[in-house]
Design a protein around this ligand. Structure first.
Ligand code: AMP
Length: 283
């Protein structure tokens, strides 16, 4: 695996790859890698000649300084994991390299409702930062295919819209959620939980699964109320539980009215913010 810290060196290398007709698959990450991230890298390898991963803890997408400070960083372990799955290129820039003119974004895209609800409502400025960094990384890597996880449902929906709005030639591939043994969606933040709460956090997936089981018997607002109550236990603080249409992210009143429905949730577990989702139906 080749490791690049500088944009100019990475671009030069990728240009030679492209000039010999090789396709590029790219998975951007913030590091502290786990099996979820590695599933993305494995897909980049299956579907492209050259797999590129980036590790960059993007300061502009953190709406709370303390969240950025405690975000786990394990660069040596990450490098070993990427080598173990055969990643070809790792890009690990520092913030000055990514944002030479400072961190203010000059990218202004209108995402309509997509960045206003759920994460957008609770994490002001978050998606502006995400769009800024993904756009910047796409300018640098110019991949044929971009790989993102279903785990961050709203994020990939917004990036898909961004690719359309910017007339990008890059295709988005969305990879399924990889879960821990008890069902908790893998996340870099899971290491911040105590072992007991990490196991108990399986309650989030249990709640999503129950919602799916009951979806024909109850209305979305009833499902939502039951889920909220189930998640409202000691050490847990549900922030939102929404049942939304999968493309517009608008709340659904009657499931039979739509072809694509998703339940999305954010829960604080002992000060650690976890998100997850389940596709209820996609016709
Ligand atoms: P992050 O490092 O959290 O910014 O995540 C980088 C990419 O990995 C994003 O596209 C995430 O959606 C994806 N990802 C994170 N966790 C998982 C998971 N458990 N399963 C699948 N993809 C994931």
């Amino acid at each position: 695996m080749l490791l690049f810290k500088r944009i100019a060196d990475l671009k030069k290398y990728l240009q030679t790859q492209k000039s010999t007709g090789k396709s590029i698959g790219f998975a951007p990450t913030m590091g502290a890698l786990h099996e979820g991230h590695l599933s993305l890298i494995k897909r980049t390898k299956e579907e492209n000649d050259c797999s590129v991963c980036s590790i960059f803890v993007n300061p502009t997408q953190f709406n709370e300084a303390s969240d950025l400070e405690k975000y786990p960083q394990t660069p040596e372990k990450d490098i070993d994991l990427l080598i173990s799955v055969g990643c070809d290129v790792l890009f690990m820039p520092n913030p000055e390299e990514v944002y030479p003119k400072g961190q203010l974004s000059d990218l202004k895209l209108d995402f309509g409702n997509l960045d206003k609800v759920m994460e957008g409502e609770h994490r002001p400025g978050h998606f502006e930062g995400v769009a800024q960094v993904v756009n910047r990384l796409l300018e640098i890597v110019e991949p044929d295919r971009l790989y993102m996880g279903q785990k961050d449902f709203q994020q990939f929906t917004i990036i898909q819209r961004m690719l359309v709005l910017t007339n990008s030639n890059t295709y988005l591939r969305v990879c399924p959620i990889v879960r821990e043994e008890h069902g908790l969606a893998m996340s870099s933040r899971n290491v911040l939980l105590s072992p007991v709460l990490r196991k108990r956090a399986a309650l989030i997936y249990e709640t999503l699964s129950e919602t799916k089981e009951n979806m024909h018997a109850l209305f979305p607002n009833q499902l939502k109320a039951i889920a909220f109550e189930k998640l409202n236990v000691p050490h847990f603080k549900p922030e939102y539980f929404e049942i939304i249409e999968g493309q517009t992210l608008m709340p659904i009143e009657v499931l039979e009215d739509v072809d694509y429905a998703v339940a999305c949730v954010a829960v604080w577990v002992d000060g650690v913010r976890l998100i997850d989702n389940i596709i209820l139906k996609k016709e």
